[in-house]
Design a protein around this ligand. Structure first.
Ligand code: SF4
Length: 282
């Protein structure tokens, strides 16, 4: 039997915001051997553990931090900046500029009297910060059904940056029917759109899709869900250790994609492991 063809999605792995956050953390750790990160630097346990070894300690609250605190790409509510100032901590801010833009829009919509609707996952730290910027007067929804329950005449919309474009469009089309006036900021970031588009394209021509990323990564989960719509066999893994030989029986085309917080070394590890499975079974 011929060996498998392994293809990697055109856009996969670290996005601009994550690469930037990692660079900011590296530069800060060169100057200061002990820094605190408010929540894991990215949603990838392997990277977080690497950085813990370098001196980046994860804390859940400002009270646990000393000297310097790193703000990850997801951003934080404005009140937390005030606490950081009050505690006189050095603030190493790695909030992604695209996330900052969405926060600014949430604030603007609230101030202009719109009923703020945030499309996304209400438990995600990025969305929590958006809510805070809208002065906690926002409603978070994630489906067309939830959009049907919104009762407002003047609606302002922003999105979690990693939202799927299709879901965003479907929710917005429902909101349009509700409002007399609607202002929509499409804050889905380019990197997300491109990654989702290439995952979709690759899933359509693959017998199996392997989606690599932290199980706590929202954007990786979205990629997994998108691939499920276009490919019969889709597996979501964090590391090569989770791969199973039997997944690849009778498979000709393997597609690989990875979330925005998945480093290239983890992707390379998985490719090598699949190549060795291929040698074993073909
Ligand atoms: S996915 Fe987009 S918005 Fe989020 S960190 Fe990456 S570049 Fe920034």
């Amino acid at each position: 039997m011929l060996p498998m063809k392994i293809r990697i999605a055109q856009n996969a792995g670290f996005c601009y915001g994550v690469r930037r956050a990692i660079k900011i953390a590296d530069e800060a750790l060169e100057k200061n051997k002990s820094i605190y990160s408010l929540g894991p630097i990215i949603h990838n346990p392997q990277v977080v553990s690497e950085y813990e070894k370098k001196g980046l300690k994860v804390v859940e609250s400002i009270d646990e931090a000393k000297n310097a605190i790193l703000i990850r790409s997801h951003g934080i509510p404005p009140q937390i900046y005030k606490l950081i100032n009050k505690k006189k901590l050095e603030c190493i801010d790695a909030t992604c500029p695209f996330v900052k833009e969405a926060q600014d829009y949430a604030k603007q919509l609230y101030e202009e009297g719109y009923f703020v609707v945030i499309i996304g996952d209400k438990n995600h730290p990025e969305v929590q910060a958006h809510i805070a910027y809208a002065n906690y007067q926002a409603q978070v929804i994630n489906s067309k059904e939830e959009a049907k329950n919104i009762q407002a005449q003047k609606i302002g919309v922003v999105s979690q940056t990693t939202q799927s474009v299709d879901n965003f469009v479907s929710i917005v089309s429902e909101l349009v029917k509700k409002a007399k006036e609607i202002r929509i900021f499409n804050t889905i970031c380019d990197a997300t759109e491109k990654r989702q588009e290439s995952a979709k394209e690759l899933a359509q021509i693959s017998d199996i899709m392997i989606v690599i990323g932290g199980k706590n990564s929202a954007n990786t989960r979205k990629l997994f869900e998108i691939c499920l719509n276009f490919c019969k066999k889709v597996y979501y893994i964090e590391t090569k250790e989770e791969l199973k030989k039997e997944w690849f029986y009778n498979v000709k085309n393997v597609g690989i994609t990875a979330g925005a917080s998945t480093p290239s070394w983890l992707i390379d590890d998985v490719i090598q492991a699949i190549e060795s499975i291929d040698n074993d079974i073909h």
